[in-house]
Design a protein around this ligand. Structure first.
Ligand code: IMP
Length: 447
């Protein structure tokens, strides 16, 4: 049986750990969306491995696949593969020939677009990994696929086109090279986030450096690039099982998320099919739901906590981006979002993560509906205007005020924690199959 693991909120739900656990029961692990904007943290023994592009099944030696729905930065892929080899777990990786390459031009455009949007007070707060531009070029039928990177005998010509395209876009936006450099120099976090971009700059983007770098990756990539749709259908025919690893979350999906404050790919279940070319059945669809909510970047967040409780959860939960180091905004669990994720993805079960982060709280609130302009609203609104006016209605629970990190079974959890979990199950009409109660591999209760 094949399984999809999908973020039920705004990403950062702790999917990496659940994928790592379930990878043991599957033969192949597949990423179907996003790119190095993701950061999946896996704790192996005392070591922490953060994977951005390679599927989280790699440390276990599983066959890992990056689907066509992904955009991949080869510079960073090289680093990740080295990290895995140094860890003694070299990756067994295949990349779709239809996946798009993130080039340094996409990094440049990501910074440029955020400068442009910032002038209108509309910054998205991207991870500066070139994600939006890589998908933008894909939709504009201008992007570079991995198949083309390996096959074309005119790579210089294609890179030249990307160079000209980027220059034209930046010029139309009124963003100069100087604007980009000074943004990078002024803002430390932007420099960190657009890591990699500097290697291609002196005064302006150096075409030769970009070309040399892409050419230099051909040898590394050539044994890895193939037709993933064929591979996955053979895996299926042979009775092997596939784990589809979602990146980001339902509310960051470009179609179903909080547009325009979202990413550029399909994080929801539709992305599994469009982003891999796999046409079989995916019977288990596990929604990963954090016991509270976080969000990185801009956009409405009805249950956001801007008080001491929020600061406590942020600190205790280590809510700082795995990719960018940015502090994540924190709020109470929102079951209007939970219902939406269950519906859009056809979820069959839930994995509840980071329950232990709530251990010290006196009271814990869960949002069950909104009030918008004085009217009760139970369904997540598509309109960002409505969402920004949503006031949460809370059900308040007594905290359990006990250490849950050592619980090995559901029965070991304090009664108030069990009550909290049952409430989620009742409202969403889904079983909470896994409860994660600490960062370590063995801190998961399976029911
Ligand atoms: P982009 O994906 O870099 O274009 O960023 C668009 C939005 O999605 C920003 O608000 C990011 O903070 C957010 N985002 C992208 N990837 C992740 C993720 O893996 N976790 C959480 N937020 C993300």
């Amino acid at each position: 049986m094949h399984t999809a693991i999908i973020g039920a909120q705004w990403g950062d739900e702790g999917k990496g750990k659940i994928v790592d656990m379930l990878a043991a029961e599957h033969d192949v692990v597949v990423r179907y969306n996003g790119g190095p904007n993701a950061g999946h943290t896996i704790v192996v023994g005392d070591k922490e491995i953060i994977l951005h592009q390679v599927p989280s099944g790699a440390p276990q030696g599983k066959l890992c696949v990056i689907g066509n729905g992904c955009v991949v930065n080869p510079d960073r892929l090289d680093e990740e593969l080295k990290q895995l080899s140094d860890n003694g777990t070299p990756a067994n990786l295949q990349i779709s020939e239809r996946a798009h390459v993130i080039t340094p031009y996409d990094l440049l455009l990501d910074v440029g677009l955020e400068i442009y949007k910032g002038r209108q007070g509309k910054r998205v707060g991207t991870t500066f990994q070139g994600i939006g531009p890589a998908y933008m070029l894909k939709a504009a039928r201008t992007g570079l696929t991995f198949g083309e990177l390996l096959e074309t005998d005119n790579l210089a010509g294609r890179v030249q086109e990307l160079h000209e395209f980027t220059k034209a876009v930046l010029s139309a936006l009124g963003v100069s090279g100087e604007d980009v450099y000074s943004a990078m120099n002024k803002d430390d976090s932007a420099v960190r986030m657009s890591r990699g971009l500097r290697a291609y700059f002196e005064k302006e983007m150096e075409f030769r450096k970009v070309l040399d770098s892409l050419q230099g990756h051909r040898e590394m990539l050539s044994p890895m690039v193939s037709d993933i749709s064929v591979l996955l259908s053979e895996v299926d025919d042979n009775g092997l099982s596939i784990l589809f690893e979602g990146a980001q979350g339902t509310l960051l999906d470009v179609d179903h998320g909080t547009y325009p404050y979202c990413t550029a790919s399909n994080a929801t279940v539709g992305g599994v099919f469009a982003g891999t070319g796999f046409g079989g059945r995916v019977d288990r669809r596990i929604g990963v739901l954090k016991a509270y909510t976080t969000r990185v970047g801009e956009g409405a967040f009805p249950t956001e906590l801007k008080d001491e409780t929020g600061a406590h959860i942020q600190k205790k939960g280590g809510e700082f981006g795995a990719t960018t180091g940015r502090p994540r905004r924190v709020g109470w669990l929102d079951l209007v979002i939970g219902e939406y994720a269950a519906r859009v993805n056809g979820l069959t079960e839930l994995a509840l993560t980071k329950l232990d982060v709530l251990d010290d709280l006196d009271e814990i609130a869960v949002c069950t509906r909104y009030s918008i302009d004085g009217k009760p609203v139970r369904r997540f609104p598509a309109s960002p205007r409505l969402l920004s006016r949503a006031e949460p209605f809370y059900q308040v629970f007594g905290g359990w005020k006990a250490d849950t990190t050592k619980a090995k079974s559901y029965a070991d959890l304090p009664p108030n924690a069990q009550e909290y979990i049952s409430f989620i199950e009742q409202v969403l009409r889904l079983p909470v199959k896994y409860v994660s109660n600490g960062p370590k591999r063995d801190q998961v209760i399976v029911r």
